[in-house]
Design a protein around this ligand. Structure first.
Ligand code: V47
Length: 380
């Protein structure tokens, strides 16, 4: 793939309007600052609207990071701790169950579970996290473990990824979150997270999950040492896997937060960079139904604006998020349902509560159930 190219937006506009796929050269050209950001946003908005109408999705969710102790030292991570670091913690079953109770009482439909790879915890401890939560709270969808954890479990157990995923699924795993993708290109990956699951492992674990009927998300960490070529390469690798499996639900571009990391000398990406990333992602990932503006890391204002630059989802009300807050995010710890609905309405969209697998959530006083599957856009 060529590394730099600048282009007028006109031929791309024609292709997007005709529902045609952008090629690698066109995708790369969209990052050039000579391409007007707002025109780009308008095109991405057209795609968003075709796929999702005027809906602005959100869910009610809670995070659980059972430990921050991690064998890896990714340069961008402020959350991890060494084994003997006073900041290090490990939750026991009682604490995990208390978090589950709190989630259910708050009306959460989903628990997002990721954590460090603890030097002294075996695979059964991680399996137990899923099992105790699912046994106690069977209606809570457990969106847990990225390929980084699954690859670590493979290393610990010497068993196949398929076997591990089947066992996790049988214990209550509902789907996989999108983390651990960072930047796939080895020129960057080898510098920011050289030891953890490599690109082929990341993609292959999602491929295996999809073949088992587990849906998943995908992310891209941008705004650090990568460039337009690496971001384009990342999106194209995801698009190719989605062509093969159709198992991804949502793409989430993640803006790098430098505070308390080994990359703290970098500044965080600007709002315009975030909006461009959202728009380019929406235009290139023509086979993804959803693009998420994760308000925790974008900040509320940029996340609202992103709903006009290709994003159709704000993630959730979120409680107990640590990864971004440890890295300097100044967003609140939690939004109320009224607040998130108001943010979506202010941005001109109709708020729709969804579950993790994109069914509309129906609430009837005390409880909730999943209603109709949210239709996916037929037009690219
Ligand atoms: O993989 C870590 C990123 C990811 C920093 O699937 C950082 O619905 C910025 O994947 N600055 C974890 N980013 C979070 C994640 C996620 C978030 C929301 C929704 C979903 C979903 C998934 O956070 C990591 C890494 O790429 N990250 N540290 C940092 N300092």
């Amino acid at each position: 793939m060529i590394r730099t190219v600048s282009a007028s937006l006109e031929p791309i506009r024609e292709k997007v309007e005709a529902g045609e796929r952008l090629d690698a050269r066109e995708a790369l050209s969209l990052w050039d600052e000579s391409v007007d950001l707002h025109e780009l946003g308008e095109l991405a908005n057209l795609v968003r609207e075709r796929k999702n109408g005027n809906a602005g999705y959100y869910n009610i969710n809670t995070h659980l990071n059972p430990t921050n102790v991690c064998v890896y030292r990714c340069t961008f991570c402020a959350f991890r701790a060494d084994l003997r670091d006073p900041r290090g913690y490990v939750m026991d079953d009682a604490q995990i169950l208390a978090r589950g109770r709190e989630a259910v009482d708050a009306g959460s439909t989903e628990m997002h579970i990721v954590g460090g790879l603890h030097h002294q915890k075996d695979y059964d401890w991680y399996l137990g996290v899923i099992r105790v939560l699912h046994d106690a709270y069977p209606t809570l969808h457990l969106k847990a473990w990225t390929p980084v954890e699954i690859d670590w479990f493979r290393h610990l157990t010497k068993r196949s990824v398929r076997e591990i995923l089947v066992e996790m699924r049988d214990a209550g795993l509902g789907s996989l979150p999108g983390g651990g993708a960072e930047i796939f290109h080895p020129e960057v990956r080898d510098k920011i997270c050289e030891h953890k699951a490599d690109t082929d492992a990341w993609l292959d674990i999602h491929r295996t999950a999809h073949s088992l009927g587990l849906r998943s998300n995908a992310t891209m960490l941008y705004g650090h040492i990568e460039n337009a070529f690496h971001r384009t390469d990342h999106l194209l690798r995801l698009r190719a896997l989605q062509d093969e499996t159709g198992g991804f639900q949502t793409f989430i571009p993640l803006a790098f937060h430098p505070d308390n990391t080994r990359l703290s000398h970098l500044s965080k990406p600007s709002a315009t960079m975030s909006l461009r990333t959202m728009a380019v992602s929406r235009l290139v990932l023509d086979n993804f139904d959803h693009v998420k503006a994760y308000w925790i890391m974008l900040g509320i204002g940029t996340a609202q604006a992103a709903l006009a630059y290709g994003a159709d989802d704000l993630d959730g009300t979120v409680r107990h998020e640590l990864i971004y807050h440890d890295a300097g995010a100044t967003t609140p710890e939690v939004l109320s349902v009224d607040q998130i609905r108001r943010l979506i309405r202010e941005a001109g969209r109709d708020p729709v509560e969804r579950d993790t697998l994109y069914h509309e959530v129906v609430r009837d006083g005390s409880g909730w159930h999943s209603g109709a599957k949210i239709p996916s856009g037929a037009v690219r």
